[in-house]
Design a binder for this molecule. Structure first.
Ligand code: NAI
Ligand code: MG
Length: 366
């Protein structure tokens, strides 16, 4: 049967950027013979408007059954007044939690034509292509005890960094699997010099590599040194695997090595399914951008590159992902720009649809 994909456009610019992805999916069907069983459903405010909940149970069930989920964005000012339990982002959080997506993937990829956007020197970022794998469901954000307690005559705020061997091993496996589809190199980051969880992290990642992925090149680095190395010479890395807290910081840092929010894809992966591929949710890093929604100004590239990640990591279509990324590279090199990619006044930005047209044109020529 065909690979299956659930599309959840969501709110604001979500449906606008997703419309361009739909055209690209159709292109792969008609021109490359790669046909997906695509179903579409509501999430976020759009789901709340119809069902009174940001994620209907039927949608949740569908998400558990498909090979991959592709989400646009959720939220908007209209929903700010809602009770926390039905806020649009609760729909996204429910998806992540019930699918148990413990590995968050944030690539930092520099398209040469945009190297000027980086705050770093052009030769430091040109051609950059690294992937940060952040553990997403454990660590200091969830560990117990946590809370603000009274101790003597003052209060104390407590969080606990806690990782089990199995939590470390499964995210390490995600990183090694990815590395095999990329440059075959993983750098694990922790602070084994000062943290017990860091000592265990290093030991378990090394053991998983030695026993299950001897072909992958593994190194270890303290996370603070890693932050320095990421800004000094990021091209030394391929895949970086790290915990929830360090991953939060390092992935934001790495993302900004390369520029605009409108360009950044992401994925969250869970346990392998019966077909051996991981449960997966792909989504742009950006939100629903209410300030530009409905105006045809949104950059669809973050969402398009999220689909490229799905091609590579959920459908084993690395060559097709390369084809799509090369098409994006080509239109950027030709100077096609949505408004968010224009540095100053002057020049004429293209619309969301025109960017889609240009990328389809480049695919056609590929
Ligand atoms: P945002 O990412 O929606 O927008 C931040 C700025 O970047 C805005 O000026 C926006 O116009 C611009 N921008 C974002 N994506 C763009 C694109 N594709 N093309 C061109 N410009 C783009 O973040 P903000 O404003 O903090 O949040 C807006 C809403 O989105 C809120 O309701 C928030 O809760 C929600 N949100 C949802 C996320 C998700 O669905 N994963 C993530 C972040 C925020
Ligand atoms: Mg962050």
């Amino acid at each position: 049967s065909n690979p299956s994909l659930l599309i959840l456009p969501g709110d604001g610019i979500g449906p606008e950027v997703m419309a361009e992805v739909r055209r690209i999916i159709d292109w792969f069907g008609t021109r490359r013979g790669i046909v997906f069983d695509v179903s579409e459903d509501l999430v976020g405010g759009a789901a709340y408007d119809v069902h009174g909940t940001p994620l209907h149970d039927d949608t949740m069930t569908k998400a558990q059954e498909v090979d991959a989920v592709l989400l646009g964005a959720v939220g908007g000012p209209k929903y700010d007044v809602l009770d926390f339990s039905v806020k649009p982002e609760r729909g996204l959080l429910r998806l992540r939690k019930e699918m148990d997506l413990y590995a968050n993937l944030r690539p930092a990829q520099c398209f040469d034509a945009l190297a000027d956007f980086s705050s770093l020197k052009k030769d430091v970022v040109a051609g950059l292509d690294i992937m940060i794998v952040r553990e997403l469901t454990s660590g200091v954000y969830f560990g117990e005890p946590r809370g603000i307690f009274t101790e003597g005559n003052e209060r104390v705020g407590i969080n606990t960094q806690r990782y089990t061997e199995s939590e470390i091993a499964r995210v390490a496996r995600s990183a090694f699997e990815l590395a095999r589809r990329r440059g075959n190199k993983v750098c694990s980051m922790e602070k084994a010099n000062v943290m017990e969880s860091g000592i265990l992290w290093r030991e378990v990642v090394q053991k998983v590599r030695d026993e299950e992925y001897p072909d992958v090149d593994l190194s270890h680095m303290y996370a603070d040194a890693g932050a320095m190395q990421l800004t000094r010479w990021p091209k030394q890395f391929d895949v970086i695997v790290t915990d929830n807290l360090f991953g939060d910081l390092l992935s934001d840092l790495a993302a900004m090595l390369t520029g605009s929010l409108g360009m950044l894809p992401s994925a969250s992966l869970g346990a392998p399914m019966a077909n051996g591929r991981p449960k997966a949710l792909y989504e742009p890093v950006h939100g629903s951008a209410p300030d530009i929604a409905g105006q045809g100004k949104a950059n669809p590239i973050a969402c398009i590159l999220s689909f490229a990640m799905a091609l590579r990591y959920s459908f084993d279509l690395g060559a097709e992902a390369d084809r799509l990324e090369a098409a994006v590279q080509k239109v950027l090199a030709e100077g096609v720009r949505t408004a968010d990619l224009m540095q100053a006044e002057g020049g004429s930005p293209v619309s969301t649809t025109e960017m889609g047209d240009a990328i389809l044109g480049a695919l056609e020529a590929s």
